[in-house]
Design a protein around this ligand. Structure first.
Ligand SMILES: Cc1ncc(COP(=O)(O)O)c(C=O)c1O
Length: 403
């Protein structure tokens, strides 16, 4: 197939649910990807946070290749050596007390599982989530997600969901009722604009939930697995939730969702009440085990913290000399630059200059680079953004002069 046939196929044979970029990616290595014309890009999207270990990491390729020759599929109703080793490893590295692991196939499925576990163990129907939150697009996860552009076309969603302002623990305290099963929060809001919580917020949520006998669920699908400079972002605030959801980065690029819970949060579940045909299959478990091993052996979250500082300082330098950047924020390798206007053109211009970045909401450029990104690739990214920002400033000056 030639390039236009490939594009044509995707356009005509798939529902148009993705905002497509005019770019066809065909291979990747580390922090770099190449398009069909062999043009190279620095990938500060890591495929929306998935390729945190970099594209085609040799340890992941080797684990997948070896496992593919032994056993690819093994339903959860059979025991499996790789799965068993993996869940042991996950519990070892998880915050203390989180010692039950459910394996699935995506972030949304990890969230769905958490919601079911919470409702089942609490025996109560209500879930409180946050304004600005994003938890996925399946019906349960969507019910917890805030943005009405995702929700409204699919209403009615699940009953029993409410949203309170992110960062306001007093408001949360007021809306918890005797019917509340769980409070769900991203420690740092990702899609909502890379928003960090106020200093004591997560500790206060922990206290409120403990006082009111409500489960605290952290959605770490985006923040988890080292990205923010700790293996779990919750560690920055020393708060342990009752349930944590992981996804995206955990399996070196393969699809995997992980829901880790305290025993009490899953103890009432009965056989058959929850399952997932593909969940915990040996192929993805081998990849996930290799990525956890690599992560812990090389303490890669520390690298994320160090490189994240370099990256953030570079972005802050841009902000200090720019009239169109409103804010720079984030932790580790989860960074956002808020502009005073819609960032679509900035993102497209960066792509044209060989750097792939994401948006987060309308006016934030988001960087989720892989942890293997080199220091000079960060410098290059910052200088490309700097040049794009300068051009945009000049264009805006010109157009306001002619108005
Ligand atoms: C915090 C958070 N939760 C859940 C999800 C949903 O994950 P998935 O797209 O793998 O279903 C995402 C995806 O961006 C996310 O950022």
């Amino acid at each position: 197939m030639n390039a236009s046939e490939i594009i044509q196929n995707e356009q005509t044979l798939m529902p148009r649910v993705y905002a497509k970029r005019p770019l066809m990616l065909v291979r990747g290595k580390g922090a770099l990807v190449w398009d069909d014309k062999d043009r190279q890009y620095i990938d500060c999207t890591s495929s929306y946070g998935v390729s945190f270990l970099g594209h085609c990491h040799p340890a992941i390729v080797e684990a997948i290749t070896r496992q593919a020759e032994r056993l690819i599929a093994c339903h959860g109703s059979f025991y499996n050596d790789v799965r068993s080793e993996l869940v042991r490893k996950i519990v070892e590295v998880s915050p203390k007390g989180l010692d039950k692991v459910f394996l699935s196939n995506s972030g949304a499925e990890a969230v769905e599982s958490a919601l079911k576990f919470a409702r089942r163990s609490a025996g109560k129907p209500e879930v409180i989530a946050m304004m600005g939150s994003f938890h996925g697009k399946t019906m349960g996860a969507l019910s917890a997600t805030w943005d009405k552009k995702y929700r409204e076309p699919f209403e009615p969603l699940l009953p029993g969901f409410r949203h309170v302002p992110y960062g306001n623990s007093e408001k949360l305290r007021q809306v918890v009722t005797e019917k509340t099963a769980a409070v769900m929060v991203e420690p740092i809001q990702g899609e909502g604009g890379v928003r960090l919580p106020p200093a004591h917020y997560l500790t206060e949520l922990r206290e409120i939930c403990a006082d009111r006998n409500v489960l605290l669920i952290f959605d770490e699908v985006q923040t988890g697995f080292g990205r923010t400079g700790r293996l779990f972002a919750s560690e920055h605030w020393d708060v342990v939730p009752d349930i944590v959801c992981l996804g995206k980065a955990v399996a070196g690029g393969l699809p995997m969702g992980i829901t880790i819970a305290k025993s009490e949060a899953v103890s009432t579940l009965k056989v058959g009440e929850h399952s997932s045909t593909f969940g915990g299959g040996p192929l993805v478990c081998a990849a996930c085990k290799a990525s956890f091993d690599l992560m812990t052996r090389e303490r890669l979250w520390e690298r994320a913290a160090i490189l994240g500082e370099q990256f953030r300082h570079g972005l802050e330098r841009l902000q200090s000399s720019s009239s169109i950047i409103r804010d720079v924020r984030g932790l580790g390798l989860m960074l956002g630059v808020e502009f005073k206007f819609d960032v679509l053109r900035i993102i497209t211009e960066c792509m044209n200059e060989g750097v792939l970045v994401l948006d987060a909401g309308r006016n934030v450029v988001r960087f989720l680079p892989p942890v293997v990104i080199a220091s000079d690739e960060i410098d290059r990214t910052v200088s490309v953004l700097g040049a794009v920002v300068e051009r945009e400033e000049r264009a805006r000056l010109r157009s306001s002069a002619t108005e």
